[in-house]
Design a protein around this ligand. Structure first.
Ligand SMILES: NC(=O)c1ccc[n+]([C@@H]2O[C@H](COP(=O)([O-])OP(=O)(O)OC[C@H]3O[C@@H](n4cnc5c(N)ncnc54)[C@H](OP(=O)(O)O)[C@@H]3O)[C@@H](O)[C@H]2O)c1
Length: 418
C-alpha cells in the first residue's frame, strides 16, 4: 500500500497562531541525496511554548531557515516572505542513507521538522562522541545546539520504550538547559563557571553564588523552570543550595505547580504589583539577601514588576532571562542586558552547551547530563507531569491551537507520533 502523502505545518510568519496543515500531494520523487547525505523522517515530536519562541524570534535567529524549501509546497505557502516552518525536539529516523556511518534505521534525537515530509541532511559523525552533526552551508549560521543529533542504533524500537522516548522528546532539552544553568552559570565550582550566554563576558563567582539565596522563578509550571527547580534541590552540594525557591504562575497552573513539591512558596501573577513591597518581606528578602529572579516565560509584566520590587529590597539581585511572555509581549528588562552592572543577563542554551563541552570535555559533558537525566527518569520524572500522546499531523495541529489559546492543561507534556 502506498504511504499517505506527507504533511507539514506551515505558519504565518507574522502571527504564529495562524497555522496551515499542508498535504504535499506531489512530494514524490524526493530530490536525490548527495554523497554523505542522509534522509530523515520525524517519528516523535513534542510541542511546548518553546516552539512559539522559534516562530516569534525566528527572523532574528534564523529559525525559519533550518529546513530547505520543499519543491512540492503549493502556493501560497511557497512564499517565504509570508510563510515558514519551525522545528520541534524529538526523535527522527534515517530512512535513506548515502553515509556509511549513519545506516538506514538509525534513530536521531534532536531538532526536527514539524511534519512527515522526509528531509535531507548533510552529516558527519564526530569521532569523539559518535554524534551526528549537520554540516550543510544552509545550517552553518545556526547555533550549534540545533546541528547536533544523538544517534541510536537501528535496533532501537521507539515503540517498545514509548513512554521513556516520549519523555525525552517532551522534556530532555529543557532539562538540559537547566542542567547547564545549574552546573555552569550558577556554578559552585569556579572551574565550571560560565556566563549564562556561554560567551566570555564578565560573570563572577559572586554573580553565580546561590548559597542561601532566594530564587524566584516566573512561569514556574513550564518544563524548563520545573527542571531548574528540581536541579537546585537534587544536584547541588547542600551548602550551595538556595534557602528558598519560589514559584510564580497563573491560577490555572497553581495546583499542578504546588503538587510537584519542587517549590517552597508560590505567588500568583495577580498577587504582584510593582508598588507592593510587602512581597519582598513575605519572601524574607532584605538588603543583604542574594536574589535570583529567573524568567522562564512569566505572563504580562510580572518580570518588570518583580524586578522593581526585588531590586528595591535587595542590593544583590541577578535577573536571568530564559524565556519571555508566551504571548509575545516584549519586556523592558531586555534593554537592561546592555547596561553594565544591571545584573540582568540572558541565557543561551547553545552557548552554554559550548561552554560546558569546553569545561568538562565533550564526552564528560554528555555523560554528566545523561546521568542526571537518567536519575530524573528513574525517580519517575516531574511529579504530576504526564505525557499526552497524539497521532499524526492533524493531532499536532490541534495541540498547537490549544497551546496557543492557553487551553492546555499544564500537567501535560504534548508528544506526537507523526
Ligand atoms: N534561552 C534559552 O536558551 C531557552 C532554552 C529553553 C527554553 N527557553 C524558553 O523558556 C520558556 C519556557 O519554555 P518551556 O518549554 O519550558 O515552557 P512550557 O512547558 O510550554 O510552559 C508551560 C506553561 O506556560 C504557560 N502557558 C502555556 N500556554 C500559554 C499561552 N498560550 N499563553 C501564555 N502562557 C501559556 C503556562 O503557565 P502559567 O499559566 O503559569 O503562566 C504553562 O503551564 C520559553 O520561552 C522557551 O523559549 C529558552
Amino acid at each position: 500500500m502506498a504511504s499517505p502523502a506527507p504533511q507539514v505545518q506551515i505558519l504565518d510568519k507574522s502571527d504564529y497562531t495562524k497555522q496551515y496543515l499542508v498535504t504535499l500531494h506531489n512530494a514524490d520523487p524526493l530530490p536525490d541525496l548527495a554523497a554523505r547525505e542522509i534522509r530523515i523522517r520525524s517519528r516523535i515530536i513534542s510541542n511546548t511554548t518553546n516552539n512559539f519562541t522559534y516562530a516569534r524570534l525566528g527572523h532574528l535567529f534564523g529559525w525559519w531557515n533550518v529546513w530547505a524549501a520543499i519543491p512540492s509546497l503549493p502556493a501560497p505557502y511557497d512564499d517565504d516572505s509570508k510563510y515558514g516552518r519551525v522545528s520541534a525536539w524529538g526523535y527522527g529516523e534515517v530512512i535513506e542513507s548515502k553515509n556509511d556511518r549513519v545506516p538506514v534505521g538509525t534513530k536521531l534525537y534532536g531538532y526536527l521538522p514539524i511534519g512527515s515530509y522526509p528531509e535531507a541532511l548533510q552529516v558527519t559523525v564526530e569521532d569523539e562522541t559518535g554524534h551526528v552533526l549537520e554540516t550543510s552551508e544552509r545550517r552553518a549560521s545556526q547555533m550549534q545546539i540545533y546541528n547536533r543529533y544523538i544517534p541510536y542504533p537501528p535496533e532501537l524500537d521507539l515503540e517498545a520504550d514509548k513512554s521513556s522516548r516520549g519523555l525525552d522528546s517532551a522534556l530532555r532539552v529543557f532539562f538540559e538547559t537547566s542542567y547547564m544553568l545549574n552546573r555552569y552559570a550558577f556554578a559552585w565550582d569556579s572551574a565550571n563557571l560560565s556566563h549564562p550566554l556561554g560567551v566570555p563576558l564578565p560573570w563572577s563567582s559572586s554573580d553565580a553564588d546561590l548559597a542561601n539565596a532566594v530564587v524566584v522563578l516566573l512561569g514556574a509550571s513550564g518544563k524548563t523552570a520545573l527542571s531548574f527547580a528540581y536541579l537546585l534541590r537534587q544536584s547541588r552540594p547542600a551548602e550551595q543550595k538556595p534557602r528558598k525557591v519560589v514559584a510564580v504562575g497563573s491560577a490555572q497552573s497553581r495546583s499542578f505547580t504546588e503538587k510537584t513539591g519542587l517549590y517552597d512558596d508560590l505567588l500568583l501573577y495577580t498577587d504582584i504589583s510593582s508598588t507592593d513591597d510587602s512581597i519582598a518581606a513575605r519572601l524574607g528578602i532584605d538588603a543583604n539577601t542574594k536574589v535570583l529572579l529567573a524568567n522562564f516565560g512569566g505572563r504580562g509584566t510580572v518580570d518588570e514588576d518583580l524586578h522593581a520590587i526585588l531590586t528595591r529590597a535587595s542590593k544583590s539581585v541577578i535577573t536571568l532571562i530564559v524565556g519571555g511572555d508566551p504571548q509575545g509581549k516584549g519586556s523592558k528588562l531586555n534593554a537592561l542586558t546592555e547596561v553594565p552592572g544591571s545584573g540582568v543577563v540572558v541565557c543561551n542554551a547553545s552557548g552554554l552547551r559550548d561552554s560546558g563541552m569546553k569545561s568538562d570535555g565533550k564526552v564528560g559533558y554528555f555523560d554528566g547530563l545523561s546521568q542526571e537525566w537518567t536519575r530524573l527518569k528513574e525517580n519517575g520524572g516531574i511529579n504530576g507531569l504526564t505525557l499526552q500522546w497524539g497521532k499524526g499531523m492533524e493531532d499536532y495541529s490541534k495541540g498547537w491551537d490549544s497551546l496557543c489559546n492557553g487551553s492546555i492543561d499544564p500537567t501535560l507534556g504534548l508528544v506526537y507520533e507523526v
